[in-house]
Write a protein that binds this ligand. Sequence first.
Ligand code: C2E
Ligand code: MG
Ligand code: MG
Length: 246
Amino acid sequence: MVRELREALDDHQFEVLYQPQVSLKSSVITGYEALLRWRHPLRGLIEPQDFMRSAEMSGLIIPIGLQALDLICAQIAGWDDHLNIAVNFSPRQLSTKNAAREILDTLRRSDTPHDKFIVEVTELGVVSQDAAATLQTLHDEGIRIALDDFGAGFASFAALSELPIDILKVDQTLTWALSETKHPRERAFIVLESIAEIAEKLGMESIAEGIETADQAAAVVRAGYDTGQGYYFGKPLPTDAHITAM
Ligand code: C2E
Ligand code: MG
Ligand code: MG
């Protein structure tokens, strides 16, 4: 896998899909999240869950992340000015000494405005001091930081007060719990609502992801979320699909 990932880097086999994020107040698309795919010459399109671990363990996530960022910046150059772009970064990439400089250089080369750019980071419970310093530098440069997958895995409450987080993205399993039949849905709703309240009190934007049904969309609106993302609003698609749709 690692040798193949090196070849994938050399041959530029990585692609990016874009999933819309929608304002739950105005129903307008406010931006897109960039999601990485690997177009393997024999196996076809491979999802992150099937290569991200190897990429992380081998450290190849660092050059892969930079190559992806280059591609994303080039692809969004023609987009409408008001659209945000959210890009996922691995804590490992953010921990490298030059991470902030490399990200800022790429944005400058492509004229990508800082106020439209969002860094999504997950597993901040295990984030290093170096990654925290990278996030602070980027935040000071006017780039927004989103804490991804909040409420599941390693995303911790401590991160909310310790790190410069602008956007709280609640994990999709919490959204899906709204439609769960085995457990009381009222509890799922209260958990979601409380997280939205924390975000609001901290002055953060709140995003609910993994929204698949109209009922879930209605519930996250009631729970107070600012923004929604999920198959109900739109699946991840190549950039040309969005441009022709706009
Ligand atoms: P994530 O950042 O939390 O992204 C959300 C994932 O949920 C995406 O999976 C998306 O396709 C999927 N999704 C969105 N809406 C729905 C829905 O309504 N229902 C369901 N069942 N799924 C939905 P994807 O694209 O497979 O990405 C998985 C994870 O891989 C991402 O989770 C992110 O942590 C990571 N990832 C993706 N692209 C990159 C990247 O460029 N760099 C890094 N470091 N990680 C990435
Ligand atoms: Mg994300
Ligand atoms: Mg997520």
